[in-house]
Design a protein around this ligand. Structure first.
Ligand code: CFN
Ligand code: HCA
Length: 540
């Protein structure tokens, strides 16, 4: 490993020199050697992909509809646009749902779209959208309908917000209808879509919720934010919280319902799993209602333990702490038994992770537990703080880009300000050493000399693999078969292929087993990468 890390500097420089000068200048800033993990170097992130480069990124619509809003199962999500946009966001993310009864709504299995045609592009699609809303209401009687705009809708200028208002009136306000202007091209990646979704989620749902904690309601109330129940992760977390006596009020948005979101304001604490996608709502809830948020990471058994202890530290209650420690001891016993058996087979192997805006960081802990070394990693669309870990000043500024959303001015004096914790109390907790906000980034947790690449290109990925032959490469479906044709197994960290859950204790065990099977399979040696064949001609 040490030799690899020494070589990485020259590898980086070689890659950059292959690019035309202008491109090289841009890419150089996004490819950095993590020289001092305690004081990570600056990295360029959240900027436009150089046109012509093959990127891993998705679009703003994907971030808004697919990621943040999509998992809410009692909303009818209507995609206003050509059918492909809806089709390609139809269950591919493997966000699981589990209604509690037949009357508990679950619309996730449906794919709602206005299926815009050329005629609608020329003459406008608002009529078609309104008809779609009418039909969806008659067929499914949802309490909430959300509309998502795709690129062509933005280009022709359909006003989905006006359509939403008109339809609410037509349906006698029996259904809450609102729109998201999340056209794919609006931002440089999914990230802009997260922001747009957060603004709409806060304004149209959370703000309309309850603020009163009823007398008979249980204590230790938390919300789980930025947890989307991929492969059942949220179910495993629910299980752990239940064992510990921690009360989960709402999860945003895995297996989520508007009904639960309306109770979110009654929680004591917000746990933020994916900071990238939901930090805006977390900040707004802290500012508006005084509910503090902490970053947590349930990926990896040790991270899960840390998460649980962090929650205990916040509540500072012996009864809770004792119960949680008992759960930790029992669960870790089971985890360790499996880990000890697998560790000798995975120890010393190499991993690379290029995913999204949080998993490329969180999953490194699971590889650490297997004794595997992450030599290179990067996000698709994260921001500098996700890498460098610097504090972002809390702000309640609403993105002016999301049309029809005015600045929200919620003051602490307003009645709805969370009654149980004032800002002064929060400040006091913080002074007492309660780790309210943990602002470490990915680079803090990586070894010295590792190569960190933002928005990696296909070319850079190919070259990384050619030079360092990792034992496993972690990315998504677009990369999967390119990488496997090079003789390297690819683990999808988005949808877990068909596996999961990977969060929590049971998840860690699943992950250990799946990775062991991948890195231990001899079949990969049979696949020859192009450069291992005689006929391979290197492009200059
Ligand atoms: S579930 Fe999350 S954890 S929400 Fe985000 S940044 Fe995507 S859909 Mo794919 S797997 Fe990925 Fe993260 Fe947060 Fe998922 S790393 S790219 S937009 N993501
Ligand atoms: C998205 C969703 C995605 C894509 C996964 C992939 C997901 O960003 O549009 O590229 O394999 O997790 O489903 O990130």
């Amino acid at each position: 490993v040490d030799t690899i890390l020494e070589d990485m500097k020259s590898f980086r420089d070689e890659i950059i020199t292959k690019y035309p000068p202008k491109v090289a200048k841009k890419r150089a800033k996004s490819m950095v050697i993590n020289e001092d993990p305690n004081n990570p170097p600056e990295i360029q992130a959240n900027v436009r992909t150089v046109p012509g480069i093959i990127t891993q990124r998705g679009c703003t619509y994907a971030g808004c509809k697919g990621v943040v809003m999509g998992p809410t199962r009692d909303i009818v999500h209507i995609v206003h646009g050509p059918i492909g946009c809806s089709f390609y966001a139809w269950l591919t993310r493997r966000n699981e749902t589990l209604p509690t009864s037949d009357s508990d709504p679950n619309f996730i299995n449906y794919c709602f779209s206005t299926d815009m045609q050329e005629k609608n592009i020329v003459f406008g699609g608002e009529k078609k959208l309104k008809q779609a809303i009418r039909e969806a209401y008659e067929l499914f009687h949802p309490k909430t309908i959300a509309i998502y705009t795709t690129c062509p809708v933005g280009l022709i200028g359909d006003d989905v917000h006006r359509a939403a208002k008109q339809m609410m009136k037509e349906l006698d306000n029996k259904v809450n209808i609102f729109g998201f202007s999340c056209e794919g091209y609006r931002g440089v990646s999914q990230s802009a879509g997260h922001h747009i979704a957060n603004n709409g989620l806060f304004r149209n749902i959370i703000e309309k919720g309850d603020y009163e904690v009823k007398k008979d309601e249980k204590k230790y109330r938390i919300n789980l934010m930025g947890e989307y129940n991929i492969g059942g992760d949220e179910f495993e977390m629910e299980r752990i919280f239940k064992e510990c006596g921690i009360n989960l009020v709402a999860t945003l948005s895995g297996n989520g319902t508007v009904e639960k979101y309306h109770k979110a304001n009654t929680a004591d604490l917000n746990l933020v799993v994916c900071h990238r996608s939901i930090n805006y709502v977390a900040e707004m809830m802290e500012t508006a209602y005084g509910i503090p948020w902490i970053k947590v990471d349930p990926l990896g058994a040790t991270s899960t333990v840390k998460m649980l202890r962090k929650i205990c530290k916040y509540f500072d209650d012996k009864e809770l702490t004792d119960r949680v420690e008992k759960v930790i001891a029992e669960e870790m016993d089971k985890v360790e038994k499996v880990r000890e058996e697998i560790y000798p087979k995975t120890r010393g192997k190499l991993a690379m992770l290029f995913v999204g805006g949080s998993r490329a960081h969180h999953y490194q802990a699971l590889f650490d537990e297997l004794g595997m070394k992450t030599i290179s990693a990067g996000y698709e669309f994260a921001h500098r703080d996700d890498y460098e870990g610097r504090r972002v000043i809390p702000t309640i500024k609403i993105d002016a880009d999301s049309r029809n959303i005015e600045e929200i001015t919620v003051t602490k004096d307003e009645k709805k300000f969370h009654p149980r914790k004032t800002q002064e109390e929060i400040d006091q907790l913080s002074k007492e050493g309660v780790d309210l906000n943990d602002y470490k980034g990915m680079m803090h947790d990586m070894s010295k000399g590792t190569l960190v690449i933002d928005d990696i290109s296909l070319y850079e990925m190919d070259k990384l693999i050619e030079r360092y032959h990792p034992n496993v490469f972690c990315a998504g479906i677009k990369e999967k078969f390119c990488v496997q044709k090079l003789g390297i197994p690819l683990k999808q960290l988005h949808n877990y292929d068909s596996g999961g859950p990977y969060a929590g204790f049971k998840g860690a065990i699943n992950f250990y087993r799946d990775i062991e099977a991948m890195v231990g399979a001899s079949i990969w040696k049979e696949i020859k990468a192009p450069w291992e064949k005689k006929t391979y001609a290197q492009a200059q």
